[in-house]
Design a protein around this ligand. Sequence first.
Ligand code: SF4
Length: 377
Amino acid sequence: MQLSGLEIFKYLPGSQKAAHTNCKECGCPTCMAFAIKLAQKQITFDRCKYMPEELKNLYKKNLKSPQKTIKIDGLKIGGENVMYRHEKKFVNRTVFAVVVDCKSPDFNEKLKRIKNFEINRINEKMKVDLVILKNAGKHPLKNLCDETVYIEEKDFLKLSLKKIIDNSFSKTASELVKIRTKAITERDEKYSDPVYVYLKSSPNKFNLCARASYYLCKYANMLVFEDFDESLFATLMTLRQNIYTDPQKPLQVEPKIYEFNNPDENSLVFMTTNFALTFYAVANELQNLKVPSYLIVTPAGGMSVLTAWSAEKFTAKMVAKTLKKFDILNKVKTREIIIPGLLAPMKKELEKALPEFKIIVGTIEAYSIAEFVKKIT
Ligand code: SF4
């Protein structure tokens, strides 16, 4: 585990009130500030001349990632540094792989389904990450490649990966926790290989999905499936996208005016916050509407509409300031702004702050926008 600011501070002069305490020679106002910066890798340890050797050695040892990173073409497997995402972040997403047997009668059909499978969520296109080809023989591997990575089974088996065959949920789950703990918390190099769970073919897709979801959360670096099932992969990819976000960075888009279907001065004007999930939900609907429109996205620190409102990141005053900054009055003759349905209680406040505009309360859910637009146009 990487050293925290507090752990580093314990070794510095400041914690013992020794000579040079808070001397500022490192460029930081206090030893504590230096410790925090060092923990966040914003400064190098040689900036403090008074750091004891013991801390230098400990810091260097902890700099090395406790889990190896294995690469297959552009795919990265492992390389994790923490047990829990909130400690820092998870680095490389759990890879989803499917085994395809070139000698199997359903080879072509299975491969075609894998190639055709794709989901789009929060502006991200997701495909099967890896196909492991069994009995590839002289199969032209290069011709198969699209966004999915292909590898022959014989080459895959040579990689430094730890395999767990999923014969029992409890055994697999506890083995995964044990390996991750040994690697990260105890920094035991014997456990530094990334881990994959091999999930055999099963007619019970619900159970397969439940087990795979758990292993995805704790702590499989890769899941290898004998079966390929579109609904299973779509579910797991949605879960994975949520787990592998950086907790220090809210999912947000740039605050600005977005245009859909070539809007002009008579087009509809919608408004929302810069929370990515909300933005893409609304943007997809507006794009598919085939009606020209603008979407004003306000800066709200990546918070959803209600959260931003309750945290005072979406106030009438702020909205008025944003509209002025984006110069919306010169863009449209329309003097109507459609606000999210969840902000209905703000209508009067907004009308007061934006006397030039008529405030229209829109829908609570993005999927109702089409129906709503039909009614008002
Ligand atoms: Fe503390 Fe070292 Fe920075 Fe001086 S140089 S303030 S002792 S961390």
